[in-house]
Write a protein that binds this ligand. Structure first.
Ligand code: BV8
Length: 239
């Protein structure tokens, strides 16, 4: 792996678990989706039906995020980004996470394929603006001045993920595909490893426990991201 200079990394909730942000489907049944029904809170239909409950759900997660801090796994990926650039290589960092911990750890280029919790989007004029406070149906859009259209700038189930063309182009150009802290349960992200294999990339899974699509990876490194990710980055660009 150490020869690889064009690296594609996909992260999931597992990389933010040690920053105190819940994962969705952890075995202990304490994941977010064990406590909240995604089909009642993370779909456009749910938002149309009951905007208050949906917005309250994201208010809770936004407050949690504002009191969270990036961990050593986030910092290791920021280091990898600059180290590869110094070597004429490149890192494409795609995350399913809606938190901003990669950016707070110093990653300059992060592709949020499922959106960003600290931004709001107006359903009327499509404007996207930073939003750090709770969000309510009576809040006015600062662009079109209308109320009732603002929603978290996140991708709900049944909605098209963001930057899919960019992601496909980067997958075709990369030499190594690494999935970190993701269970491989949600598509199209869970399908990237198969695409990577089809394009001839080496594939590696870094996870606490084997993902649903673990058999599609050439290599596996199991353990908490705080241990596995810095060690992997050191191996790739250290010394
Ligand atoms: C779409 C934002 C059309 C909002 C999210 C094909 C087959 C079956 C179903 C489908 C299919 N194609 C589409 C679907 C439907 C659906 C889907 O996949 N359903 C699933 C449930 C079966 N997909 C969609 O609706 C997508 N849209 O398909 O549009 C289309 C089709 C083709 C091309 C383009 C468009 C939209 C999906 C996005 C939904 N929004 N998030 C919000 O956050 O509220 S998804 C959300 O859940 C996350 O973003 C993430 O994607 C997913 C959670 O997964 P993970 O991040 O992997 O987290 P999880 O808890 O599951 O796992 C954590 C992992 O970490 C575990 O492996 C654990 O072992 C590990 N871990 C834990 N602690 C640590 C650790 N690892 C290391 N260290 C630790 N300390």
């Amino acid at each position: 792996m150490s020869a690889s200079r064009k690296v594609f990394v996909l992260t999931g909730a597992g990389i933010s678990a040690e920053s105190g942000l819940g994962t969705f489907r952890d075995k202990g049944g304490q994941g977010i989706w064990a406590r909240f029904d995604p089909m009642k809170l993370a779909t456009p239909e749910a938002f149309a039906r009951d905007p208050e409950s949906v917005l309250a759900f994201y208010d809770l997660r936004r407050r949690n995020l504002l009191s969270a801090r990036p961990n050593v796994a986030h910092f290791a990926l920021a280091r990898l980004e600059s180290a590869l650039a110094e070597r004429g290589g490149s890192l494409t960092l795609v995350t399913q996470n809606i938190d901003d911990l990669h950016e707070r750890a110093g990653s300059a280029s992060v592709v949020h394929m499922h959106g960003e919790l600290l931004k709001a989007r107006c359903g009327r004029c499509e404007a996207v603006r930073p939003w750090l406070d709770d969000l309510s149906p009576s809040d006015l859009c600062s662009d079109c001045g209308r109320a009732g259209g603002l929603r978290p700038h996140v991708v709900w189930f049944g909605e098209m993920p963001l930057a899919m063309d960019l992601i496909d182009r980067a997958l075709r150009k990369a030499e190594l595909f690494v999935a970190i802290g993701t269970s491989g349960a949600v598509y199209p992200a869970a399908g990237f490893v198969a695409e990577a294999r089809a394009y001839g990339l080496r594939t590696c899974e870094i996870n606490l426990e084997a993902a649903d699509n673990a058999d599609l990876f050439d290599e596996q490194r199991l353990g908490p991201a705080s241990a596995t990710v810095p060690a992997w980055v050191e191996e790739l660009v250290g010394g």
